[in-house]
Write a protein that binds this ligand. Structure first.
Ligand SMILES: [Zn+2]
Length: 197
């Protein structure tokens, strides 16, 4: 598995790039679109990403009252299609602003995870990025090989609005470099291309 893979609106995932081995990291308690009979309510991540995600969450939750919980992990191309259809029927053209086209979602890689918080036993449905726990997570996630994938102020480069809930496993080494440089994955890949030219 290429943990440094770049998937976005211009770089569609190919079938041979899909994750080979998925591991459950939690249960989907609020599925947006009802599950197919061949789908489980497990939230899945690629094997290695799952290992580091569990470590990060366990370390964090052990020392905090507010708990981090996974909300959405691996998504099949077919599921993304149904998600888009669901929102298109509900919201029309606007759906394209916040639901990625099939094959362009990072969630296909099994390396991306959306998280939420549980505070005082209550599930926080909307993460704003202002939560002290989320701000702390943004600071430490690189130690586990994760990056905040769609930061504030980088919308033009990533093609996504700020998503303080979406984290992406890129491996320990690249996560550290991205954290230190303040660059996005797009910029990092571009600078490597220039270097190798
Ligand atoms: Zn996401």
């Amino acid at each position: 598995m290429d943990y440094e893979i770049l998937i976005n609106k211009d770089n569609l995932i190919q079938v041979d790039q899909l994750p080979k081995k998925l591991t459950a990291v939690g249960k989907n308690i609020h599925p947006t679109v009802s599950l197919d009979e061949n789908e489980t309510d497990d939230i899945m991540l690629e094997e290695r990403a799952a290992y580091y995600f569990n470590q990060m969450v366990n370390d964090f939750n052990r020392t905090h009252k507010v708990q981090i919980v996974p909300e959405s992990g691996y998504r099949s191309i077919e599921r993304q299609r149904r998600l888009l259809k669901f929102y298109f029927e509900k919201e029309g053209e606007k759906a394209f602003d916040f639901v990625a086209l099939p094959q362009t979602s990072e969630h296909h890689t099994g390396l991306a995870i959306d998280i939420s918080l549980i505070a005082n036993g209550k599930y926080q449905s909307k993460i704003t990025g202002e939560e002290p726990e989320i701000q702390e997570l943004m600071e430490i996630c690189h130690q586990y090989g994760f990056i905040l994938r769609y930061p504030k102020g980088k919308e033009d480069i990533t093609g996504y609005t700020y998503e303080p809930w979406h984290y992406r496993f890129v491996g320990l080494e690249l996560a550290k470099r991205i954290k230190e440089s303040g660059l996005t994955l797009e910029e990092m890949k571009e600078s490597e291309k220039v270097k190798n030219r």
